[in-house]
Write a protein that binds this ligand. Sequence first.
Ligand code: ATP
Ligand code: MG
Length: 212
Amino acid sequence: SFVPPRVEGRTRLGVMGGTFDPIHHGHLVAASEVAALLDLDEVVFVPTGQPWQKSGKRRVSDAEHRYLMTVIATASNPRFTVSRVDIDRGGATYTIDTLTDLHRQRPNSDLFFITGADAMNQLMTWKDSEKLWDLAYFVGVTRPGHVLEDPNAESGRYSLMEVPAMAISSTDIRQRAAEKKPVWYLVPDGVVQYINKYALYSREDSQSFTEQ
Ligand code: ATP
Ligand code: MG
């Protein structure tokens, strides 16, 4: 499908939203691959506020922990940055608000919203999906265990991309940490150390770590 070409004087900004509880190599590989394929200048990672999709299912780690793990994981990549926009807005995060705020903050950027197969399928069923097309170009990436459906929307402001298959989820990492199994090499080393430092997922009730 049609990918917006580079426009002189405008920055190509990838946007990777997520709970990042914790951030893992699946997120990082997806962002890196899309950045290369679409010639993005920067990818901004945007940790959510308290996500409504997950309320009632489990307690999401404190925003500050999720934010700091995202900073640790992305700090060494000169094209990766982290935004506090959803955390500082507070409450549930809606993609429409994320994109609206980033537009206001970065008027000289064209936004490319990067999302895994599972989240892409959800996104297109949301009631604001019409407005979303105007705010960003959408990039749905492959994810093991999920079928990447073609959203088949009229605007066509999206494309589907294959990225290296990383069968990693935050849910699995939380579960492994709770069971004292290793999480090395699933997340960056600094994130392993951060999880251990604050005993983030070490609670006994490992049932609360199961979802989706
Ligand atoms: P959880 O299990 O808590 O839902 P997650 O691993 O799905 O965590 P999220 O923070 O929910 O991570 O995901 C943020 C974004 O990254 C979503 O668009 C999701 O589809 C995408 N994503 C997550 N893991 C992968 C992966 N292994 N490969 C490709 N995309 C991924
Ligand atoms: Mg998820």
